[in-house]
Design a binder for this molecule. Structure first.
Ligand SMILES: N[C@@H](CCC(=O)N[C@@H](CS)C(=O)NCC(=O)O)C(=O)O
Length: 214
């Protein structure tokens, strides 16, 4: 059976949980915390990051690599658009979400949640202020221009790109941050639609419970 290493509170693990759920693939969830520097886990993922996934002899690290593998290996119930330009754009938005958007939105979560609660360190308030007031607004302006006013990025069916864009902001929400709906109404409306899709709503409820936010 497929084994997934990681915890549901991670925006990256959430991508894989979404794909496994859409594809209705049974799996064993091995609760692996990030930053644990666990020697056994470092043999699985030399970066010590989550998620990792094992499927028989296949052992993979990195959420994007894992999700693309699952799409190729289990093509039923696709999570990427099927046309080439759509798939390429989905990959770009997934890449952007996993890099700069996560650095910013999940950065708020890291400072306000992970540092005090898990790492027993003080949050860097100056950095949080800079992210919220200087760095995040231009990115939100871009996202506002990229998402649709109705439906999802690629029409009526939700894809991994939709969930990837939402996921870092879910973590920012755990740290008390909400995107201003008066400034970015289209993006906020889009995130609400993604959140209310049954498969996503279920994942978010599990994630919130695991984070003590339910
Ligand atoms: N590019 C990786 C990033 C994974 C990642 O950064 N995961 C975080 C948790 S959300 C982590 O494990 N951090 C621990 C560390 O950096 O040591 C992916 O897409 O899977």
């Amino acid at each position: 059976m497929i084994q997934l290493y990681g915890v549901a509170g991670s925006p990256f693990v959430r991508k894989v949980l979404f794909v496994l759920a859409v594809k209705e693939l049974p799996f064993e969830h091995i609760q692996q915390m990030p930053f644990a520097r666990d020697p056994e886990y470092l043999k699985i993922n030399p970066l010590g990051k989550i998620p990792s996934l094992r499927d028989g002899d296949v052992l993979l690290c990195d959420s994007t690599v894992i999700c693309e593998y699952l799409e190729d290996a289990y093509p039923e119930h696709p999570v990427y658009p099927l046309d080439i330009p759509g798939k390429a754009r989905a990959r770009w938005l997934e890449e952007l979400a996993g890099s700069r958007v996560t650095e910013l939105a999940a950065g708020i979560f890291f400072q306000r949640y992970m540092r005090p609660k898990v790492l027993k360190q003080e949050p860097d308030e100056a950095l949080i202020e800079k992210i919220i007031n200087k760095q995040l607004p231009p990115m939100l302006d871009y996202l506002e221009s990229q998402v649709p006013g109705e439906g999802f990025l690629f029409g009526d069916n939700i894809t991994l790109a939709d969930v990837s864009l939402l996921s870092p902001f879910v973590n920012a929400g755990y740290a008390g941050f909400a995107v201003d709906p008066s400034r970015w109404p289209v993006f906020v409306g889009f995130m609400e639609r993604v959140k209310s899709q049954p498969v996503v709503a279920r994942l978010l409820a599990e994630s919130a419970a695991a984070m003590g936010q339910a």
